[in-house]
Design a protein around this ligand. Structure first.
Ligand code: ADP
Ligand code: MG
Length: 196
């Protein structure tokens, strides 16, 4: 599949799954945050999908940077700059080393961690993104990576939030899945479905 077809399919798959799960993501956020994560993500990926022709016509690194920029401008909240950084950094790294997609993903996740002053184990999207980056590098089969993404999101339930709004709840953040971890797992599943 050409990069353009891959981009078109991936943009459609991600925006569809975010739209289909927007209420669920906002409910997760209502439990430990302010209840806007689904609406934030849907606004962002709807905006990306609306520019599919423009974005998918670009070389892959430029397209990823354009997606990241769009997300920063439209998602808002804490997650907008973080997801924006993920895609912008992925584009930047792929421009420098086009053949090392696993390395680019790992560096992009590191860029999110730097931006969020956060790391794995703090009940955020990084609890999904780091295991997935490791599994891509291993490399593990795609079905395993998807299962790992969902299991990693589910595993945030028992964790204490150390970053983001949920951290204001202290111990009361325990017992709920992190909304950003859930949205990351949904994005991984959607992209995997296209890459497969
Ligand atoms: P806000 O918290 O501003 O309302 P969202 O609800 O859209 O923004 O996004 C919340 C999600 O963002 C959290 O569930 C978490 O996964 C992620 N998040 C928040 N702060 C950080 C951070 N410092 N590092 C990594 N992820 C973070
Ligand atoms: Mg929120």
């Amino acid at each position: 599949m050409s990069d353009e077809m891959l981009l078109r399919a991936a943009i459609a798959a991600v925006s569809n799954t975010i739209a289909a799960h927007a209420d669920e993501l906002s409910e997760l956020d209502a439990a430990i945050g302010d209840g806007d994560h689904g609406a934030n993500m849907k606004r962002g990926f709807d905006a990306v999908a609306a520019e599919t022709d423009l974005i998918a016509g670009k070389p892959l690194p430029e397209a990823l940077k354009a997606i990241g920029t769009k997300l920063v401008m439209t998602v808002g909240g804490a997650s907008g700059p973080l997801y924006g950084t993920l895609f912008m950094a992925l584009g930047k790294e792929l421009a420098q080393a086009p053949d090392d997609r696993a390395g680019a993903l790992r560096k992009a996740v590191d860029a999110v961690a730097a931006r969020g002053k956060s790391t794995i184990g703090q009940k955020t999207m990084l609890d999904v993104l780091y295991p997935v980056a490791d599994a891509v590098a291993a490399p593990r089969p795609i079905e395993e990576i998807v299962a790992l993404a969902h299991a990693s999101a589910e595993a945030t339930r028992e964790r204490l939030a150390i970053r983001g709004r949920a951290s204001f709840l202290g111990e009361r953040s325990i017992g709920h899945v992190d909304p950003g971890a859930r949205s990351s797992a949904l994005i991984v599943e959607a992209v995997a479905g296209v890459v497969r």
